[in-house]
Ligand binder design. Sequence first.
Ligand code: AMP
Ligand code: MG
Length: 463
Amino acid sequence: MDWNFDYSYTELPNIYYRNVKPDIYEKPKLLLFNHDLANELDIDFNNNNDHEICDILLGKKIDNKQFFSQAYAGHQFGHFTILGDGRALLLGEHINKDNKRFDIQLKGSGQTPYSRNGDGKATLGPMIREYLISEAMHHLQIPSTRALAVITTGEKILREKFEPGAILVRVAKSHIRVGTFQFGSLLKNTSDFDNLITYTINRLFPEIENNNQKYIIFFKKICELQINLIIEWMRVGFIHGVMNTDNMSLSGETIDYGPCAFLDIYNPKTVFSSIDKMGRYSYENQSKICFWNLARLAETFLHLIDNNEKKSISIIENILNEYKEMFEKKWLNMMSKKLSLDTNHNNKEIVNDFLDLMHIHKLDYTNTFINLENNNLDDKIFKKWLNVYQNKKLLKYDKANPVIIPRNHIIEKIINESSNNNNENLYEFAEILKNPYNKELIKTNYFNKPKNDERVYETFCGT
Ligand code: AMP
Ligand code: MG
């Protein structure tokens, strides 16, 4: 079986993309392959060997004239820049038997017209990271781009030292970003922008296509998807690390796993990314940045909200304020569930006291919630808090607290091993991450927080 590709994106004005061919690799090798995802796509690889699977995944068996890279812009750490897929191309939009559309993207496939000074390549470590973490997010039931495969290319890529080259085959509902709209809004011809917004609404929210309030509803839908996403990140202690507007997907999927990492010790100010010196994208700042990015999105289509700019701005501000309130409510609801509390009560104080104790005593975020579920909290630390908690009505919520998250020290160790051709733990961990809520896994080493000398304090952008 092969791909069932369509190319609806390339019906947009061609300023939005460029046709690109992937580089040819002499020795591609299949390192990771996601059979479950291939099944969801209705692609049957059962009769193909690894070599053939690589050929299919790299698009060698099809006409490559239609492959394309997308143009976009973005605010990177607050500064506006013109960007684009500098090291990625879309093989096409695969349509499965249920008529669902999936972008199939190669990341690390070589230079494109948007590469600027980059080599268009990706290295093995960051591609393994993205595979493991994006799949972990999916199994944690958090919207995310997916990883279909990691293919090593046989090349050596120069970074700080030479690294093995690799390609990630990424699957997404779409790759339209806030930055795609920012790019479109710069175009002189406003009908080019209108094409983009119409395309996006038709693709992501076809149910509002004919609504005469569709631009307002579109914005509200994006706000809702994004705040739901950030709340889910906060539930599992995820720090994206590089929430630039080009890394915020309008489909509401987590995208671009560069310097991201999960909290070990709970500190709301935690930042891992080596380049985020000011803590712009720290754990606790993620909601604020989300709203800042949403405002950047709204700016691109104010003219479609109302002819009167002042009125448009006031409509958008009201929506954003409503969503800020909604965020607080949803956040408290999520935290209440993590503590097995009745969400109909106001749990603000007991939730914040619990988080404060974790913070002051430098406790592990994930494991402290599991310890609470198992009546296993440190009595000395939580004595007073437990006195209050024990008088509360407790409820059971499914899948509020993960047992297993892809902790940084484990990922780093696995990447090191894989760079030395030892992939045993990589395959084992990829399997473990499919059941992150399985209480049995408490008994495994993967549950343990890092020892002091294992802790990772800094992560790097995935180039
Ligand atoms: P990211 O930080 O991964 O979101 O990337 C930011 C921008 O840099 C995007 O436009 C990427 O396509 C581009 N980029 C990242 N790495 C490379 C590379 N090795 N070669 C060319 N462009 C790159
Ligand atoms: Mg990016």
